[in-house]
Design a protein around this ligand. Structure first.
Ligand code: C2E
Ligand code: MG
Ligand code: MG
Ligand code: MG
Length: 279
Protein backbone atom coordinates (compact mmCIF):
# COMPACT_ATOMS: atom_id res chain seq x y z
CA UNK A 1 0.00 0.00 0.00
CA UNK A 2 2.70 2.48 1.09
CA UNK A 3 4.94 1.44 -1.75
CA UNK A 4 2.05 1.88 -4.14
CA UNK A 5 1.28 5.48 -3.09
CA UNK A 6 4.98 6.32 -2.97
CA UNK A 7 5.25 5.29 -6.56
CA UNK A 8 2.24 7.39 -7.52
CA UNK A 9 3.79 10.39 -5.83
CA UNK A 10 7.00 9.89 -7.73
CA UNK A 11 5.11 9.67 -10.99
CA UNK A 12 3.18 12.80 -10.13
CA UNK A 13 6.34 14.80 -9.44
CA UNK A 14 8.16 13.44 -12.43
CA UNK A 15 5.29 14.41 -14.74
CA UNK A 16 5.18 17.88 -13.26
CA UNK A 17 8.94 18.25 -13.64
CA UNK A 18 8.75 17.07 -17.23
CA UNK A 19 6.05 19.65 -17.91
CA UNK A 20 8.25 22.36 -16.42
CA UNK A 21 11.27 21.32 -18.46
CA UNK A 22 9.06 21.25 -21.55
CA UNK A 23 7.65 24.70 -20.79
CA UNK A 24 11.11 26.22 -20.30
CA UNK A 25 12.30 24.62 -23.50
CA UNK A 26 9.37 26.14 -25.37
CA UNK A 27 10.00 29.58 -23.87
CA UNK A 28 13.65 29.37 -24.91
CA UNK A 29 12.67 28.41 -28.47
CA UNK A 30 10.15 31.22 -28.51
CA UNK A 31 12.73 33.76 -27.36
CA UNK A 32 15.13 32.68 -30.10
CA UNK A 33 12.29 33.07 -32.59
CA UNK A 34 11.38 36.49 -31.14
CA UNK A 35 14.97 37.72 -31.39
CA UNK A 36 15.26 36.58 -34.97
CA UNK A 37 11.97 38.21 -35.98
CA UNK A 38 12.42 41.47 -34.04
CA UNK A 39 9.45 40.82 -31.80
CA UNK A 40 10.99 42.36 -28.71
CA UNK A 41 9.90 45.95 -28.21
CA UNK A 42 11.32 48.61 -25.90
CA UNK A 43 8.74 50.61 -23.94
CA UNK A 44 9.54 53.81 -22.02
CA UNK A 45 8.45 55.13 -18.65
CA UNK A 46 8.95 58.78 -17.71
CA UNK A 47 10.99 59.97 -14.75
CA UNK A 48 9.56 63.17 -13.33
CA UNK A 49 10.77 66.04 -11.17
CA UNK A 50 7.81 66.27 -8.79
CA UNK A 51 8.60 69.88 -7.82
CA UNK A 52 7.87 71.11 -11.33
CA UNK A 53 6.10 68.11 -12.89
CA UNK A 54 8.61 68.05 -15.71
CA UNK A 55 9.90 64.93 -17.40
CA UNK A 56 13.64 64.67 -16.75
CA UNK A 57 14.30 61.23 -18.15
CA UNK A 58 12.99 57.89 -19.35
CA UNK A 59 13.62 54.27 -18.49
CA UNK A 60 13.66 51.69 -21.26
CA UNK A 61 11.69 48.56 -20.29
CA UNK A 62 11.63 45.54 -22.56
CA UNK A 63 8.38 43.94 -23.70
CA UNK A 64 7.59 40.63 -25.37
CA UNK A 65 4.20 39.24 -26.34
CA UNK A 66 3.40 35.54 -26.44
CA UNK A 67 1.67 33.81 -29.36
CA UNK A 68 -1.72 34.91 -28.03
CA UNK A 69 -0.63 38.53 -27.97
CA UNK A 70 -0.35 38.75 -24.19
CA UNK A 71 2.69 40.24 -22.52
CA UNK A 72 5.17 37.88 -20.89
CA UNK A 73 6.53 39.59 -17.78
CA UNK A 74 10.19 40.64 -17.93
CA UNK A 75 10.35 39.33 -14.36
CA UNK A 76 9.94 35.91 -16.02
CA UNK A 77 11.86 36.15 -19.28
CA UNK A 78 14.83 38.28 -18.11
CA UNK A 79 16.00 35.92 -15.31
CA UNK A 80 15.47 33.01 -17.72
CA UNK A 81 17.52 34.76 -20.42
CA UNK A 82 20.25 35.30 -17.81
CA UNK A 83 20.33 31.54 -17.15
CA UNK A 84 20.45 30.45 -20.78
CA UNK A 85 22.74 33.23 -22.00
CA UNK A 86 20.20 34.84 -24.34
CA UNK A 87 20.47 38.01 -22.26
CA UNK A 88 23.65 38.87 -24.16
CA UNK A 89 22.08 39.20 -27.65
CA UNK A 90 18.89 40.56 -26.07
CA UNK A 91 20.82 43.23 -24.18
CA UNK A 92 22.66 44.11 -27.37
CA UNK A 93 19.36 44.46 -29.24
CA UNK A 94 17.90 46.67 -26.47
CA UNK A 95 20.94 48.95 -26.68
CA UNK A 96 20.54 49.25 -30.47
CA UNK A 97 16.82 50.11 -30.23
CA UNK A 98 17.31 52.63 -27.43
CA UNK A 99 20.30 54.35 -29.06
CA UNK A 100 18.30 54.73 -32.26
CA UNK A 101 15.47 56.40 -30.31
CA UNK A 102 17.87 58.57 -28.31
CA UNK A 103 19.49 59.70 -31.54
CA UNK A 104 16.04 60.73 -32.79
CA UNK A 105 15.32 62.68 -29.59
CA UNK A 106 18.72 64.35 -29.53
CA UNK A 107 18.25 65.39 -33.17
CA UNK A 108 14.88 66.92 -32.23
CA UNK A 109 16.45 68.91 -29.43
CA UNK A 110 14.88 66.82 -26.67
CA UNK A 111 17.49 66.51 -23.94
CA UNK A 112 16.42 63.62 -21.77
CA UNK A 113 18.55 61.06 -19.98
CA UNK A 114 17.39 57.62 -21.04
CA UNK A 115 18.26 54.68 -18.83
CA UNK A 116 18.83 51.08 -19.86
CA UNK A 117 18.78 48.12 -17.49
CA UNK A 118 22.01 46.16 -17.74
CA UNK A 119 22.05 42.58 -16.48
CA UNK A 120 24.99 41.37 -14.40
CA UNK A 121 25.59 38.68 -17.02
CA UNK A 122 25.76 41.28 -19.79
CA UNK A 123 27.96 43.58 -17.72
CA UNK A 124 30.48 40.78 -17.05
CA UNK A 125 30.98 39.97 -20.75
CA UNK A 126 34.57 40.77 -21.75
CA UNK A 127 33.19 42.45 -24.89
CA UNK A 128 30.66 44.62 -23.04
CA UNK A 129 32.62 47.88 -22.98
CA UNK A 130 33.63 47.53 -26.59
CA UNK A 131 30.01 46.95 -27.66
CA UNK A 132 28.85 50.06 -25.80
CA UNK A 133 31.55 52.16 -27.39
CA UNK A 134 30.75 50.80 -30.87
CA UNK A 135 27.00 51.40 -30.44
CA UNK A 136 27.57 55.00 -29.30
CA UNK A 137 29.62 55.71 -32.41
CA UNK A 138 27.30 53.80 -34.74
CA UNK A 139 24.22 55.74 -33.63
CA UNK A 140 26.02 59.01 -33.11
CA UNK A 141 24.57 59.46 -29.65
CA UNK A 142 25.76 61.92 -27.03
CA UNK A 143 26.71 59.72 -24.05
CA UNK A 144 25.43 62.27 -21.49
CA UNK A 145 21.96 61.24 -22.63
CA UNK A 146 22.46 57.61 -21.59
CA UNK A 147 22.32 56.07 -18.14
CA UNK A 148 22.95 52.44 -17.24
CA UNK A 149 20.96 50.93 -14.40
CA UNK A 150 22.88 48.17 -12.68
CA UNK A 151 22.05 46.22 -9.54
CA UNK A 152 24.13 45.72 -6.44
CA UNK A 153 24.93 42.23 -7.73
CA UNK A 154 27.28 43.77 -10.31
CA UNK A 155 29.36 45.27 -7.53
CA UNK A 156 29.35 42.24 -5.26
CA UNK A 157 31.49 39.85 -7.30
CA UNK A 158 34.83 40.55 -8.99
CA UNK A 159 34.49 44.04 -7.71
CA UNK A 160 37.88 45.20 -8.97
CA UNK A 161 36.96 44.30 -12.55
CA UNK A 162 33.54 45.90 -12.16
CA UNK A 163 35.12 49.06 -10.79
CA UNK A 164 37.35 49.28 -13.85
CA UNK A 165 34.45 48.79 -16.27
CA UNK A 166 32.37 51.43 -14.46
CA UNK A 167 35.29 53.85 -14.59
CA UNK A 168 35.53 53.33 -18.35
CA UNK A 169 31.79 53.87 -18.80
CA UNK A 170 32.09 57.11 -16.81
CA UNK A 171 35.04 58.10 -18.98
CA UNK A 172 32.85 57.57 -22.05
CA UNK A 173 30.40 60.05 -20.48
CA UNK A 174 27.57 57.76 -19.36
CA UNK A 175 25.64 58.00 -16.09
CA UNK A 176 25.44 55.06 -13.69
CA UNK A 177 22.60 54.29 -11.33
CA UNK A 178 22.02 51.56 -8.76
CA UNK A 179 18.63 49.98 -9.37
CA UNK A 180 16.49 48.43 -6.61
CA UNK A 181 18.79 50.07 -4.08
CA UNK A 182 18.56 48.56 -0.62
CA UNK A 183 17.52 45.07 -1.71
CA UNK A 184 20.95 43.62 -2.54
CA UNK A 185 23.53 41.98 -0.34
CA UNK A 186 26.58 44.05 -1.05
CA UNK A 187 28.27 46.24 1.53
CA UNK A 188 27.68 49.97 1.53
CA UNK A 189 31.40 50.61 1.19
CA UNK A 190 31.11 50.19 -2.58
CA UNK A 191 29.37 53.55 -2.67
CA UNK A 192 32.66 55.29 -2.01
CA UNK A 193 34.74 53.02 -4.25
CA UNK A 194 32.57 53.02 -7.37
CA UNK A 195 31.75 55.96 -9.63
CA UNK A 196 27.98 56.07 -9.12
CA UNK A 197 25.63 58.94 -9.98
CA UNK A 198 22.18 57.85 -8.89
CA UNK A 199 20.46 55.69 -6.26
CA UNK A 200 17.04 54.31 -7.22
CA UNK A 201 15.04 53.64 -4.07
CA UNK A 202 13.45 50.25 -4.54
CA UNK A 203 9.71 50.20 -5.11
CA UNK A 204 9.13 47.72 -2.27
CA UNK A 205 10.08 50.43 0.26
CA UNK A 206 8.03 53.09 -1.51
CA UNK A 207 4.96 50.85 -1.73
CA UNK A 208 4.49 50.57 2.05
CA UNK A 209 6.22 53.71 3.30
CA UNK A 210 2.93 55.31 4.37
CA UNK A 211 1.73 52.33 6.37
CA UNK A 212 4.92 50.65 7.55
CA UNK A 213 7.23 52.60 9.86
CA UNK A 214 10.23 50.41 8.97
CA UNK A 215 9.82 51.10 5.26
CA UNK A 216 9.48 54.81 5.97
CA UNK A 217 12.68 54.67 8.03
CA UNK A 218 14.55 52.83 5.26
CA UNK A 219 13.42 55.36 2.64
CA UNK A 220 14.57 58.18 4.90
CA UNK A 221 17.92 56.52 5.57
CA UNK A 222 18.55 56.00 1.84
CA UNK A 223 17.68 59.63 1.10
CA UNK A 224 20.05 60.87 3.81
CA UNK A 225 22.80 58.53 2.65
CA UNK A 226 22.42 59.63 -0.96
CA UNK A 227 22.37 63.29 -0.07
CA UNK A 228 25.44 63.15 2.13
CA UNK A 229 27.34 61.29 -0.58
CA UNK A 230 26.22 63.83 -3.19
CA UNK A 231 24.27 61.29 -5.25
CA UNK A 232 21.06 61.87 -7.16
CA UNK A 233 18.01 60.08 -5.76
CA UNK A 234 14.97 58.74 -7.52
CA UNK A 235 12.07 56.78 -6.05
CA UNK A 236 10.50 54.05 -8.17
CA UNK A 237 7.00 52.61 -7.93
CA UNK A 238 5.30 55.89 -6.96
CA UNK A 239 1.61 55.13 -7.39
CA UNK A 240 -0.19 57.80 -5.36
CA UNK A 241 -0.06 61.53 -4.76
CA UNK A 242 0.39 60.83 -1.02
CA UNK A 243 3.54 58.83 -1.69
CA UNK A 244 4.85 61.61 -3.92
CA UNK A 245 4.22 64.22 -1.23
CA UNK A 246 5.84 62.11 1.49
CA UNK A 247 8.91 61.62 -0.69
CA UNK A 248 9.11 65.33 -1.47
CA UNK A 249 8.86 66.12 2.25
CA UNK A 250 11.75 63.74 2.94
CA UNK A 251 13.89 65.40 0.27
CA UNK A 252 13.55 63.09 -2.74
CA UNK A 253 12.08 64.96 -5.71
CA UNK A 254 12.74 62.67 -8.66
CA UNK A 255 10.10 60.02 -9.14
CA UNK A 256 8.95 57.26 -11.39
CA UNK A 257 5.73 55.30 -11.17
CA UNK A 258 2.21 54.71 -12.37
CA UNK A 259 1.07 57.92 -10.66
CA UNK A 260 2.96 59.82 -13.37
CA UNK A 261 3.31 57.53 -16.33
CA UNK A 262 3.01 53.88 -17.32
CA UNK A 263 5.59 52.26 -19.56
CA UNK A 264 4.47 52.85 -23.16
CA UNK A 265 5.66 52.33 -26.75
CA UNK A 266 8.03 54.76 -28.47
CA UNK A 267 5.29 56.65 -30.37
CA UNK A 268 3.13 57.08 -27.28
CA UNK A 269 6.01 58.31 -25.13
CA UNK A 270 6.88 60.87 -27.83
CA UNK A 271 3.34 62.27 -27.50
CA UNK A 272 3.59 62.14 -23.72
CA UNK A 273 6.83 64.14 -23.74
CA UNK A 274 5.29 66.75 -26.04
CA UNK A 275 2.23 67.17 -23.82
CA UNK A 276 4.29 67.19 -20.64
CA UNK A 277 6.45 70.03 -21.97
CA UNK A 278 3.30 72.12 -22.47
CA UNK A 279 2.21 71.96 -18.79
P1 C2E B 1 13.23 47.56 -12.82
O1 C2E B 1 14.37 47.97 -13.67
O2 C2E B 1 13.35 47.76 -11.35
O3 C2E B 1 11.98 48.30 -13.42
C1 C2E B 1 10.89 48.77 -12.68
C2 C2E B 1 9.69 47.88 -12.84
O4 C2E B 1 8.60 48.42 -12.09
C3 C2E B 1 9.17 47.76 -14.26
O5 C2E B 1 8.62 46.47 -14.40
C4 C2E B 1 8.06 48.82 -14.30
O6 C2E B 1 7.10 48.57 -15.32
C5 C2E B 1 7.48 48.64 -12.93
N1 C2E B 1 6.82 49.83 -12.42
C6 C2E B 1 7.01 51.13 -12.77
N2 C2E B 1 6.23 51.97 -12.05
C7 C2E B 1 5.53 51.17 -11.21
C8 C2E B 1 4.52 51.44 -10.21
O7 C2E B 1 4.13 52.57 -9.93
N3 C2E B 1 4.03 50.35 -9.54
C9 C2E B 1 4.43 49.08 -9.80
N4 C2E B 1 3.89 48.09 -9.10
N5 C2E B 1 5.37 48.79 -10.74
C10 C2E B 1 5.90 49.83 -11.43
P2 C2E B 1 8.85 45.59 -15.71
O8 C2E B 1 8.80 46.46 -16.91
O9 C2E B 1 7.91 44.44 -15.62
O10 C2E B 1 10.33 45.08 -15.54
C11 C2E B 1 10.70 44.23 -14.48
C12 C2E B 1 12.19 44.11 -14.38
O11 C2E B 1 12.71 43.43 -15.52
C13 C2E B 1 12.93 45.45 -14.33
O12 C2E B 1 12.90 45.99 -13.02
C14 C2E B 1 14.30 45.02 -14.77
O13 C2E B 1 15.00 44.46 -13.70
C15 C2E B 1 13.99 43.93 -15.78
N6 C2E B 1 14.06 44.49 -17.15
C16 C2E B 1 13.12 45.14 -17.89
N7 C2E B 1 13.60 45.50 -19.09
C17 C2E B 1 14.90 45.09 -19.12
C18 C2E B 1 15.96 45.17 -20.10
O14 C2E B 1 15.83 45.74 -21.20
N8 C2E B 1 17.15 44.61 -19.75
C19 C2E B 1 17.35 44.00 -18.54
N9 C2E B 1 18.56 43.46 -18.28
N10 C2E B 1 16.40 43.92 -17.60
C20 C2E B 1 15.19 44.46 -17.89
MG1 MG C 1 15.47 49.65 -13.76
MG1 MG D 1 14.02 48.85 -9.97
MG1 MG E 1 13.66 45.22 -10.32
Amino acid sequence: QAKQSGRNRWQFFSTELEAQVQERHQLEQYMHHALEHQMFEVFYQAKVDARTNTVIGLEALLRLKDRKGEFISPAVFIPFAEENGLIVPIGQMVMQQVFEHVHHWQQSGIELVVSINISVVQFKQPTFLESVHAALLQHNVKPEGIEFEITEGVLAKNSEESRAVLAELKALGLQISIDDFGTGYSSLSYLKRFPIDVLKIDQSFVRDMLTDASDAAIVEAIINLGRSLGLKLIAEGVETVDQAQALLAKGCHLMQGYHYCRPMPFKAICDYIQQASRF
